[in-house]
Unconditional design. Structure first.
Ligand code: A2P
Length: 271
């Protein structure tokens, strides 16, 4: 298998472009799922306080060199609350430092994401969170935190898959020097039987999931597919012996739809 690529963040740090996502991975199986991924060669795991599985992730990554991301839950927004929530997450993960700490949602109705961001900047300055970023932020949220603090997030993790490609937001990220990370990169497996995806996969002798994940990599996105099955976990890493061509990418570009969002809209989400 060819080497897995890293991307360089705007703070100069390297991050493996592909990682294992553990949203909806039950707490009681997280340690074994993550262990099977690390044994298969994954070097990056993405969790969050709200997933309830940081302890299991922590057991699996103990003593291993793994890039670990976790996220601050909405109820913990606020300056002091954030500092406390970070300590709880770091403890559960069994780490003094976290490679990447994200604000999980902007939660605009709370209007606390600027002070929350200031706490993340402090955690970075103290060397506790080695890189900091956000999730589910729109262009206005990004410009506001940068305007008020002068600190630019390393990345924004957003829902992104062939049905919802976030082209406009990605343009803003490029302008601001922010990396884009795709959550639910497989569209939660809802369109693995899409004829275009199937055709691209077949052409390369790969599965539909592999074709979609290769698309993310070729688009320069950071990608964190979730699976609890060791066989699929291995399959989702077996992406480094092919690339999509211009024609494949044009066909997948045409699948983008304004109605393609699967998850909550960050502007109107109840939390
Ligand atoms: P499972 O965990 O049972 O393997 P996303 O990362 O977009 O949220 O997608 C996750 C969903 O896709 C899960 O339901 C997961 O199921 C499924 N999945 C992950 N990898 C594959 C694969 N290689 N083939 C088929 N389904 C997959």
């Amino acid at each position: 298998m060819a080497a897995q690529p890293d991307v360089t963040l705007n703070d100069g740090r390297a991050m493996p472009q592909l990682g294992l996502g553990v949203w909806r991975t039950p707490a009681e199986t997280a340690a074994s799922v993550v262990t099977s991924a690390l044994d298969a060669g994954y070097r990056h795991v993405d969790t969050a306080a709200i997933y309830g599985n940081e302890e299991g992730v922590g057991q699996a990554i103990a003593g291993r060199e793994v890039f670990v991301t976790t996220k601050l839950w909405n109820d913990d927004q606020g300056y002091d609350e954030t500092l406390r929530a970070f300590e709880t997450s770091a403890k559960k993960l069994g780490r003094k430092t976290v490679d990447l700490y994200l604000i999980h949602w902007p939660a605009p109705k709370k209007n606390r994401y600027v002070e929350t961001w200031k706490a993340l900047v402090r955690l970075r300055d103290e060397g506790r969170a080695l890189s900091i970023g956000v999730s589910n932020f729109n262009a206005d949220h990004l410009r506001r935190i940068i305007g008020e603090t002068g600190a630019t997030p390393a990345l924004n993790q957003v829902e992104l898959h062939p049905r919802f490609q976030q082209r406009a937001l990605r343009g803003v990220h490029e302008e601001l020097g922010i990396r884009t990370e795709s959550w639910s990169p497989l569209g939660q497996a809802q369109f693995l039987n899409d004829p275009t995806i199937q055709a691209v996969a077949k052409k390369h002798g790969k599965s539909p999931a592999q074709a979609i994940l290769r698309w993310h990599l070729d688009e320069g996105l950071i990608v964190i597919p979730k699976s609890v099955h060791p066989e699929r976990i291995r399959q989702n890493l077996d992406l480094f012996d092919f690339t999509l061509d211009e024609g494949d990418r044009a066909r997948i570009a045409a699948l983008d739809s304004p109605a393609g969002r699967i998850g909550p809209d960050p502007m109107t989400a109840a939390f």
